[in-house]
Ligand binder design. Structure first.
Ligand code: AKG
Ligand code: FE2
Length: 231
């Protein structure tokens, strides 16, 4: 599938908005049929790994395997995850790598993201002319899942701009899963809701979090997220 950015998006105007605070949220990012196909794929075809942080370490375990834990083991694991989150570093959400050359739609999206024409749009929008490539992963936040406050700076990866492209149909802000921004002193600023077919783009230095998806949310929060890199 060939993806197309909404032809009504004016990159000059977007750039004027982006440079105000090195971030922008764009609605109706792709053609809606393309967004629907990606959304359906993320909801029905992907098996996610659970990403979490315990014992001061990053872990990733197949969700199906986690389901085999007995109640006691599950409680023990979640106690650790929540303790770490209380201390300020924590996450618990589903992720899957995009499998290159698999030929499936997420792979096609990844290739499109790395097309020079797509990268050129991101360069124009951000004003960062050195953007050379993009990474991407598929994420799923079930009710209760979260990612605490952090920035996305990883010097050795040369990340410049973070992006999250949202694919849950008809998200309601009451359902949480908000992209919450913070001041450098930790005080909350504004937040952006993961509305269907919208994309958030922001400088990796912005402090942000994904707030817990409400336990009463009727659906999971799906997004393709990653970074535009200098190399
Ligand atoms: O999904 C989002 O809105 C942002 C995700 C994020 O901050 C991250 O994966 O580092
Ligand atoms: Fe982040």
């Amino acid at each position: 599938m060939q993806f197309t950015i909404n032809p009504n998006l004016n990159l000059d105007e977007a750039n004027q908005e982006y440079v105000k605070d090195n971030r922008i949220n764009l609605v109706n990012f792709l053609d809606v049929e393309q967004a629907n196909e990606l959304s359906e794929y993320m909801q029905k075809r992907v098996s996610y790994d659970q990403a979490y942080f315990v014992d001061n370490q990053y872990h990733q375990t197949a969700y199906e395997k986690l389901k085999q834990l007995n109640m006691e083991q599950r409680r023990e694991l979640m106690t650790k995850v929540y303790q770490q989150a209380r201390d300020g570093v924590g996450f618990w959400y589903g992720r899957q790598r995009i499998r290159y050359d698999s030929g499936d739609i997420s792979d096609q999206f990844f290739e499109w993201l790395n097309d020079d024409s797509t990268l050129q749009a991101i360069r124009m929008l951000s004003g960062i002319s050195t953007i050379k490539s993009a990474t991407a992963q598929l994420t799923r936040y079930l009710p209760g899942d979260f990612l605490t406050r952090h920035n996305d700076v990883v010097e050795k990866e040369k990340r410049r701009i973070a992006f999250a492209y949202y694919l849950s149909p008809q998200w309601h802000p009451d359902w949480g899963g908000l992209l919450q921004f913070y001041k450098l002193n930790g005080m909350p600023r504004d937040s952006w809701a993961p509305f269907f077919n919208s994309i958030s783009l922001f400088d990796v230095n912005h402090v942000h979090a994904v707030t817990s998806v409400a336990t009463f949310a009727p659906t999971s929060r799906y997004a393709i997220s990653g970074w535009f890199l200098d190399e």
